[in-house]
Design a protein around this ligand. Structure first.
Ligand SMILES: Cc1ncc(COP(=O)(O)O)c(C=O)c1O
Length: 395
């Protein structure tokens, strides 16, 4: 090894993960889930949690039953938000007393399929979601076909404008499917998501003003729902998400908040409101080979030009897999090769000249999202102290 390559490729945190992967893994691209960091994140979220709000866990953002079990225990909750009907069976297998709220309306066919497979004792634990008179009518039709009364919450638009009732007229039209002796739907609450909070750049949005506007809309729509006759003792008033839970206050219109992503903090959630939380999930992949210089296929002419372009110059590594929906995090100098970097098979990353990363090492990436990244893999490697265990995902 030359003198300028004698640094370790990783800082101590990732060096420790690399040593564990060397010891435990199958030598292929994997997810590493740092449960110690998850636990600390839980403590920090709890310290920011508004009084009087129940926690509902977003299953799509934490698609691993063992992880959900740990979090449900820590937050003392049995409330889950589900976004895919395939998640119902494994969730109820783990939590027979789960309170499930759907986070989006489903196509009638998906509801029908779920009804065919859902155990009768779990059916009453599901709050389906309708967001318009049409989805309420369609859900009613499915309910009647299956000779059931289905519990359904109504999505309200509190500012995201992704759908949902946004006026008293909308709620009155939806209510017709819930009222009357032969209604096939029973009212199970309101769901108002504020995923826009913090995503619209200043000066178009200031968080406190936008949140206050959302709460105002929520209150107005609660009144409209009451006036439309939509009342029930066990109805929930759901709100929130990972980037907004800390804005809520005791006494505002919601009674529960959904969170998921912040607990593992993918890169898309690197926001100052979550500054106290640590990333707890990484993609780790083996370095399959190192090259000292990139020679472009049929591009020897690139020669000196390559030296000027960050994504072409210096040594490089081919890694197992690629196109990870994740950004390189260790070593920090990995830059996707401008010509061959975009491969799901063996992606090529250029390194700084002095980088020690070599064949046999691992490269680490910080996923942009936990949703649809964690469950690209069959299992995650959960690390707790020196203990490594393989946890199945909801793939
Ligand atoms: C309806 C709804 N509620 C809450 C959330 C929050 O999930 P997370 O905390 O993982 O961002 C989402 C995310 O998409 C959502 O769609």
């Amino acid at each position: 090894m030359s003198n300028d390559r004698d640094r370790a490729p990783h800082e101590p945190y990732f060096a420790r993960l690399q040593a564990g992967l060397d010891r435990e893994s199958d030598g292929v691209a994997s997810i590493v889930l740092d449960l110690d960091r998850v636990d600390v994140n839980v403590d920090r979220v709890r310290s920011m949690w508004p009084r009087g709000k129940a926690v509902r866990l977003a299953v799509k953002s934490l698609p691993c039953i063992a992880l959900l079990e740990r979090l449900a225990r820590r937050f003392e909750t049995r409330r889950f938000m589900v976004f895919h009907p395939a998640h119902l069976a494994p969730l109820f297998a783990a939590f027979s007393d789960a309170d499930v709220l759907f986070g989006k309306p489903l196509a009638p066919r998906a509801v029908a399929r779920s009804l065919e497979s859902l155990a009768p004792e779990h059916l009453g634990r599901v709050r389906w979601l309708v967001d318009s008179a049409r989805t309420a009518r369609e859900l009613s039709e499915v309910a009647r076909t299956h000779n059931q009364v289905l519990r359904a919450a109504i999505e309200i638009d509190i500012g995201l404008h992704r759908g949902g009732a946004s006026s008293a007229e909308d709620l009155a039209a939806i209510a017709t499917h819930f009222l009357g002796r032969d209604a096939a739907l029973s009212f199970a609450g309101l769901m108002g998501y504020d995923g826009h909070l913090g995503r619209v750049p200043w000066p178009l949005q200031t968080i406190s003003r936008s949140h206050a506007r959302s709460m105002q809309r929520y209150s107005t729509l609660i009144d409209a729902a009451d006036r439309a006759g939509l009342v029930a003792g066990d109805a929930v008033r759901n709100a929130g998400g990972s980037l907004s839970f800390m804005e809520y206050r005791d006494g505002d219109p919601s009674d529960e908040l959904t969170i998921g992503s912040c607990l593992v903090k993918p890169a898309h959630f690197a926001d100052k409101r979550l500054a106290s939380l640590d990333p707890a999930m990484f993609i780790a992949t083996p370095v399959l080979k190192r090259i000292e210089r990139f020679v472009a296929p049929d591009g020897e002419w690139l020669g000196p030009v390559a030296g000027l372009v960050r994504g072409l110059r210096g040594p490089g590594v081919y890694v197992f897999g690629g196109r990870f929906n994740a950004r390189p995090v260790s070593p920090t100098d990995l830059v996707a090769n401008a010509v061959l970097g975009d491969s799901a098979n063996q992606a090529l990353y250029q390194l700084d000249r002095a980088s020690a990363l070599d064949q046999g090492d691992w490269a680490f990436f910080w996923p942009e999202e936990s949703e649809a990244v964690m469950d690209q893999f069959d299992c995650v490697w959960a690390v707790e102290g020196d203990r490594w265990s393989r946890l199945p995902t909801l793939r």
